[in-house]
Design a binder for this molecule. Sequence first.
Ligand code: GLU
Length: 421
Amino acid sequence: MEKGNIFLEIQKQFIEIADTLSLEPEIIRELEEPHRVVKFQTSVLMDKGNIETFTGFRSQHNNALGPYKGGIRFYQGVSEDEIKALSMLMTWKCSLAGLPFGGAKGGIIIDPYNLSKGELERLSREYVRRTLHWIGVKKDIPAPDMNTNPQIMAWMVDEFSKLKGEFSPGAFTGKPEQLWGLDGRAEATGYGGVVILERLKKISKMNPKKTTIAIQGFGNVGSNFARFAFEKGYKIVALSEAVGGVYLKEGLDPDKVLECREEHGKIAGCYCRGSVCDFGGGKEVSNEELLEMEVDVLVPAAIENVITKENAKRIKAKYIIAMANNPITEEAQEILESRKIVVVPDILANSGGVIASYFEWLQAHQGVLWKREKVFKELSNTLEKSFDKVWDLSKKKKVGLRKAAHLLAVSRVAEAIKSKK
Ligand code: GLU
């Protein structure tokens, strides 16, 4: 689907939920658009001595529950519509997890792989200067998202602290551990997805050894999902990255595939099992083929709108765990539900990242560093509770998990708004 329509689609989804909840018109009006969208142009000195201009955004959807919260993505496909849509999804995600945060999202239209380290640093610091008035510990707390990482957060928090004249570790999350980052934050989103998988296992009595999984996307989220699922004994038969992927019937070892990619630059050909990577053993697959594979669990962990009304009817998985943001279009969702495929929605499945961000923010407030064991324990507790609430409501109301999750998320925000009137 066209990128330009993503905000309208997410907005429409909200209006349907608002109708089901019979929300008052003034609450619908407040929630159907972001509170504020900051759009800026910024010029950066490039290594060759020339100046290049980039466009960036920060969309703050709602802060009824607490400061705005959400990642910043560096990506060629960033658009105002996309950032607005994802900021609304962040409001629902934080609400569903019971966090004291609202929703935001930011981005710059850029292919970061074409920048040198110095250029990337200047661009990251520039993002902070352009959004300085609107971000902060109790205003809006950015974090990593697509193509952004702890190093970028380190530059950003440093720039913010310098401009404000005080060390402000609570203003960004996803920072390196040396800078008040959280031990476990980097793995949290993927880990959280596996907590959800384990919940599904319990409900449907899956046997991990016999459960096959295909994962689209081998970035931070996809690779950590793969590693934790592998540790629990699941059979990861297919993995892919932007340029294509691999399939191995006997199951892949994700750590080995990561190592192999380090060496060869891509995962194509990395058919790794046990301690060996046999370059002839498996089959190369495209991203499209991966989605339609004969597997038990499909994990879209890359970008938006990859499951559409065109391919939804060909999906063979019994379960989908939506680890990317909005990987399934509304029309596709209906097709999947009518085919009785269980879809765990993104605002639940990938909420491990922002839940860990909350712990990181708490750390900064408390002035105490959390232990890794505590992070994973609290993360599991929070996610299990969220999952059970969504599952129970979906059974009670006889609706899909996506609708149940949105009903819970939107009603909590609406209640908060109402209580202030
Ligand atoms: N970018 C992540 C997300 O989409 C994490 C956001 C955060 O930690 O604030 O959920």
